[in-house]
Ligand binder design. Structure first.
Ligand code: T3D
Length: 262
């Protein structure tokens, strides 16, 4: 493992921790590459059926490491689009495309790309003391890592635009109230709650979970008709899975299902 992330392979699920606490886990290239490798491994390993992403120390992630941006070189030849294309966009696509649940435990401040990477995850829990900041406009940038898309679809254009233009922080409590995240939990309960959720999901019908992600993520770009067709196709696939057979058998036998994830 690269020290910029910690990769803890638990029974059925993996915990991936951004680990540059002295920089609030902001991204340098090494951390990007290490996170990419960890997510690739989690995706390829059938024994890993859920991923928990969190941050070390008092923050979750403060986005791009601005220490890597030399003001003397910030001129009109600079191409930040290249960083986005090389690192941030592939990361968001990797999280969204992972055919297993990704939980984000936002343990502290999530700013810039850090906020939007959290929002890209499937289930977001945030500690009471955590906050979400679209910090981009504070330094003259535009929200990236899917932020303009996630925020407008999660909380509506009015709130999204105000947050992006003002760079104002949103508390975990407000984020939960607005539907930006799944749940706010007390600081000292975050780890236990996120791990319990990961353990629970790791015992679930992983194949169906992957299809559920696909359906949910397609909804906003589809008409109702197209979405109905997609649901039909995905249900056809789910109906042929071992876990469906097990789920029905367990129900009829009045016992708990033992899903294999297949
Ligand atoms: O460049 C490209 O490739 C384009 C891609 C852009 C993606 C982006 O994410 S752009 C947005 C970048 N992020 C930010 O602008 C956020 C910068 N950070 C902050 O505004 C504040 O740190 C926070 C609001 C997140 C937290 O504030 P606070 O008061 O709790 O902590 P702090 O004291 O500011 O930070 C603690 C330390 O972390 C501090 O170091 P020090 O002084 O103790 O040695 C600070 O410099 C460091 N730190 C925090 N954020 C970053 C950082 N160092 C480098 N880069 C950071 N983004």
């Amino acid at each position: 493992d690269n020290e910029t992330i910690l990769h803890d392979r638990r029974d059925g699920w993996h915990r991936i921790t951004l680990n540059r606490p002295e920089k609030l886990n902001s991204f340098n290239e090494a951390q990007h590459l290490a996170l990419r490798a960890a997510l690739d491994e989690a995706a390829a390993n059938d024994a890993c059926r859920a991923v928990l992403l969190t941050g070390a120390g008092r923050g979750f992630c403060a986005g791009q490491d601005l220490g890597d941006r030399d003001p003397a070189k910030l001129d009109d030849k600079l191409d930040l689009g290249h960083t986005i294309e090389t690192f941030y966009n592939p990361l968001v696509r990797q999280i969204r495309g992972l055919a297993k649940p990704v939980i984000c435990a936002v343990n502290g401040v999530a700013a810039g790309a850090g906020a939007n990477i959290a929002l890209a995850c499937d289930i977001v829990l945030a500690a009471r003391s955590a906050k979400f900041i679209q910090a981009f406009s504070r330094i003259g940038l535009v929200p990236d890592s899917g932020g303009t898309w996630f925020l407008t679809s999660l909380i509506g254009e009015a709130r999204a635009k105000a947050l992006m233009l003002t760079g104002e922080a949103v508390s975990a409590e407000k984020a939960a109230e607005w539907g930006m995240i799944w749940r706010m939990v007390e600081d000292d309960a975050l780890t236990a709650e996120a791990e319990a959720l990961a353990e629970h999901l790791a015992k679930g019908p992983t194949f169906a979970y992957g299809l559920i992600k696909q359906a949910a993520q397609s909804a906003s770009g589809n008409t109702l008709d197209a979405q109905l067709d997609l649901e039909r196709d995905l249900q056809r696939e789910a109906g042929r899975s071992s876990d469906y057979r097990e789920g029905v058998s367990a129900f009829l036998e009045k016992r708990e299902a033992a899903f294999s994830g297949k």
